[in-house]
Design a protein around this ligand. Structure first.
Ligand code: F6P
Length: 342
């Protein structure tokens, strides 16, 4: 048995831990051979491969990024993409493909499996935690820790200058990072895409914070939208899966707060810092277990499935179900945090 492995989409901490677990268990327990495909779907599309054996995965557990590289290449929208991809898999003798990715990368895996018979097993990754079918994706916990540390630091400088500090976090069209880091960091306002916000209400919370002589920290998700406005986009460009690049809402909101309240406001955009560096212990644990269960699914010939976390158990769900709808924050969970606003 020869197993191909690829990592696609935005990178996130824990990718290397998955790869290591797949290879260690696959070689040691099942005697499988492996081949790494470089840069997401670009690898099988172009036949771009890398050696993947036990020496290649030594020492990579705590390393951020991915030894295989990543990209947002979409073979389904590439002329002759599926044919080329299947030919390359056949010429490299690949019997099964483990696809580590988010909604887009796994969406391709679901389609390749269902319509073109490519034997894929999926592993859910993304700092955004927006994949359905799994309680958590790996990478999310690390991003939340990084954002929480930033919020902790911003509290002290905001209070020294009695300024408003707006922290813009990633998460695309969901507020998981904003809600979890905002709660953990004691933010005074948390704004998420799932619920449009009223700028006047945000300003009221900001003012009330100043009356007790504490400077407010506002955590805003990059996809959050004001009640009467639209998404703030970076430059309107789309990636190969048709997603617009977000970011800018933090800057916009700080200006509005300053204009309406007369209080000095600054913005910190955390950006790709949230995706970089070593994974948290939780993400290493989760990514490792996902890897171990993914290679088990290959051994069982259980293709078209994604490994997923349910409580503390690793289960298998249909990849197609996991990518069918984005997993959003429950309004009740957001409401729970409102006691700390203002
Ligand atoms: O999906 C992960 C993510 O980091 C999002 O939170 C963010 O909107 C996007 O990727 C950024 O993409 P890129 O790395 O292509 O700028």
């Amino acid at each position: 048995m020869r197993v191909g492995v690829l990592t696609g989409g935005g990178d996130c901490p824990g990718l290397n831990a998955v790869i290591r677990a797949i290879v260690r268990k696959g070689v040691q327990e099942y005697g499988y051979g492996f081949i790494g495909f470089r840069d997401g779907w670009h690898g099988p599309l172009e036949g771009d491969t890398v050696r993947l054996d036990i020496p290649a995965v030594r020492g990579i557990l705590p390393r951020g990024g991915t030894i295989l590289g990543s990209s947002r290449t979409n073979p389904l929208t590439t002329e002759g993409g599926v044919r080329r991809l299947k030919e390359n898999l056949a010429s490299h003798g690949v019997d099964a493909l483990i696809v580590i990715g988010g909604e887009d990368t796994l969406g391709v895996a679901a389609e390749l499996h269902a319509r073109h018979g490519v034997p894929c097993v999926g592993v859910p990754k993304t700092i955004d935690n927006d994949l359905s079918g799994t309680d958590y994706t790996f990478g999310f916990d690390t991003a939340v820790n990084i954002a929480t540390e930033a919020i902790d630091r911003l509290h002290t400088t905001a209070e020294s200058h009695m300024r408003v500090l707006v922290v813009e976090v990633m998460g695309r069209h969901t507020g998981w990072i904003a809600l979890h880091s905002g709660l953990a960091g004691g933010a005074n306002v948390i704004l998420i895409p799932e619920q449009r916000f009223d700028v006047d209400q945000v300003c009221a919370w900001v003012r009330s914070r100043f009356t007790i002589r504490y400077a407010p920290i506002v955590v805003v998700a990059e996809g959050a939208m004001p009640r009467d406005g639209d998404l703030v986009l970076k430059d309107g460009t789309l990636d190969s899966f048709g997603h617009v690049r977000l970011s800018g809402i933090g800057e916009w909101l700080a200006k509005e707060i300053e204009r309406r309240t007369g209080k000095e406001a600054r913005t910190t955009v955390l950006g790709h810092v949230q995706r970089g560096g070593t994974p948290s212990a939780f993400d290493r644990w989760l990514a490792t277990r996902f890897g171990l269960h993914a290679i088990e699914a290959v051994r069982d010939g259980d293709f078209g499935k994604m490994v997923a976390l349910k409580g503390t158990r690793i289960v298998r769900v249909e990849i197609a179900d996991a990518v069918a709808a984005v997993k959003t924050v429950d309004p009740a969970d957001y409401q729970e945090a409102a006691v700390f606003f203002g």
